[in-house]
Design a binder for this molecule. Structure first.
Ligand code: F6P
Length: 545
């Protein structure tokens, strides 16, 4: 069955035809309150959507769409603990970690509330016990190595970089990749006698994480550190696997299975971050998210920020032909925001099946890409301003800096604002002639200086980057991702697409070993090699040194 009615499809199609013809500049010309009417104050941040194709008519159609698909019911199901992750038969309740009483929402089971409060207590207790032990050791701990990948690292890395004090007493490092260039680079900066390791894996089966933990264990041993495993803390939803791996039971913090990996930054997965920024700051991070949860849960579609942003994502992807969405943080502290959002959105919504298993009949996740301003202005922005594809862009600006170089920061803000203005305005022939008419340029050079403008962008403005505002921004993106999944009728909470590659990597590994060493692979491995395509077999053969 289609997830969108013919009537809604037709209404959106009509609006798209109009929007493609008229663009965004004309919307400003027709409506002098547009900047104000399509900007929203979310307390923790201000969001300006006026430079997108949003219009009153568009919001009206999406309101009707929301009603047709019972958006409110789907949202209630999320917060109340229904097993909305249908393929894995799990609830999706990361919101409960930031509001453990789930006030105003009837839960499907009281047991879930108990699980949430138990998880939060374990997290706080483990944090306290590590903090106490840090000072008991012969060498005070100076370095923490957080080992984890994907959802077990991207959120903590973002939160750490965004919120760490300028000169933290403890330095936090991240190791995720199986590529030991990363491991070696990190360990070369750490003192084995003053390091603790936080191994984070929801499943505690992830090959990269276990291998990195093994190698760090060997690094401790080589340095003469006694009982290296005692320096490991494990954070997992699968304590049995962590115990089997050899972590002391007292050093394991568990969290419930209903916290998805890419939604786990709110849980003990962020233990290492909380060690650096402290528990009170971590609580403010949760409070910022809880404030956004309350807005998302209670606001009507027309005023609901994550829902409106998801509608625009849906409209751009399905009706205006945008295959990607770019995110530019004009703040170095948010340099890991793009990788974090890439996983959040594309692993959640990059799906070709509806919830009932039928093929989707709409575009799902756009490609999420981007970077940090002003670096990006000197690389990809040419394409943004003059490329032929429609690429909605998002700018994130923070009014206050954490340093005293005011003129740097003002310049940074000026650049961010200038880019959003330039994307909208473009530069027509008249302006080009006025600016360059007397330079004796060729006709082609004058033409090349013209910009069409009318390129959509939205702007987030944060007064300051605080635990609270970061929490609110990340929760906004989570609910936007959920809302997009509802509009396209997919399950945003599984990730079956990543499994095949993992299985094949295991199968191909003995062949790589044999090829690199230039020896015959074992006969069963050789037999399995025949299952691979000729291109992969040829590449394997070429690994031989
Ligand atoms: O391979 C994908 C994935 O399962 C992600 O969804 C997850 O965040 C990451 O791997 C790490 O998994 P784990 O926390 O179980 O080590």
């Amino acid at each position: 069955m289609s997830s969108i009615s013919e009537s809604i499809r037709a209404q959106l199609g009509d609006l798209a035809a109009r929007d493609l013809e008229q663009g965004i500049k004309s919307k400003f010309a027709d409506h002098d309150q547009r900047a104000n009417d399509f900007s929203f104050d979310a307390d923790a941040f201000f969001l300006d959507l006026s430079k997108t194709h949003i219009s009153k008519e568009l919001v009206d159609v999406y309101e009707r769409f929301a009603e047709e698909i019972d958006f409110a019911g789907r949202r209630r199901a999320l917060f109340s603990g229904e097993k909305i992750n249908v393929t894995e038969q799990r609830s999706v309740l990361h919101t409960l970690l930031r509001n453990p009483q789930n006030q105003g929402i009837e839960m499907t089971s009281d047991d879930l509330l108990a699980q949430a409060s138990d998880a939060n207590q374990q997290f706080a207790a483990q944090l306290e016990s590590i903090q106490a032990s840090l000072h008991e050791r012969d060498h005070a701990v100076k370095h923490i190595v957080h080992v984890g990948i994907g959802g077990s690292a991207l959120g903590p890395q973002l939160a750490y970089e965004a919120l760490k004090p300028l000169n933290p007493a403890m330095e936090l490092f991240f190791v995720g990749n199986i590529d030991a260039h990363e491991l070696v680079a990190v360990l070369s900066q750490c003192d084995p006698h003053a390091t603790v390791v936080v191994g984070v894996s929801k499943t505690f089966t992830t090959a990269e994480t276990l291998k990195n933990l093994d190698s760090i264990s060997a690094w401790f041993e080589d340095a003469g550190v006694m009982q290296p495993r005692k320096r490991f803390v494990a954070v997992t939803a699968n304590p049995i696997n962590a115990i089997a791996y050899g972590i002391d039971e007292a050093n394991i913090v568990s969290f419930p299975n209903w916290v998805g990996g890419r939604y786990s930054v709110w849980s003990s997965v962020s233990l290492s971050v909380a060690l650096v920024i402290g528990w009170p700051a971590f609580q403010q991070f949760l409070e910022g998210a809880a404030q956004m949860d309350a807005h998302f849960y209670n606001a009507e579609p027309k005023d609901n920020l994550p829902f409106l942003a998801a509608c625009l994502d849906h409209y751009y992807a399905n009706y205006l032909g945008a295959g990607s969405r770019a995110i530019f943080a004009y703040d170095y502290r948010l340099r890991s925001l793009v990788p974090y959002l890439q996983q959040l959105e594309t692993e959640s919504n990059g799906k070709d099946r509806q919830r009932d298993g039928l093929p989707v009949d709409q575009q799902t996740s756009a490609v999420i890409w981007g970077g940090v301003g002003t670096d990006v202005q000197h690389s990809v922005f040419q394409m943004l301003h003059q490329g032929t594809a429609l690429m909605p862009a998002e700018f994130i600006l923070v009014a206050q800096a954490d340093h005293h170089h005011t003129s740097h920061h003002n310049e940074l803000l000026a650049n961010g604002l200038a880019q959003t203005a330039a994307l909208l305005a473009g530069q027509d022939k008249e302006v080009v002639n006025r600016l360059h008419g007397d330079e004796g340029l060729s006709e082609s050079a004058l033409m090349a200086k013209q910009f069409s403008g009318d390129r959509p962008s939205s702007t987030f403005l944060l007064k300051a980057l605080t635990p609270f505002s970061l929490g609110a921004v990340l929760a906004f993106y989570e609910h936007r991702t959920f809302s997009f999944g509802v509009l396209t009728n997919i399950n945003s909470y599984d990730q079956m697409g990543v499994e095949l590659g993992k299985r094949l990597a295991k199968q191909i590994r003995p062949l790589v070993d044999a090829s690199v060493e230039g020896i015959e692979a074992a006969s069963d491995a050789k037999k399995r090699a025949e299952e691979f395509d000729p291109s992969t077999r040829q590449l394997l053969a070429m690994l031989k040194g």
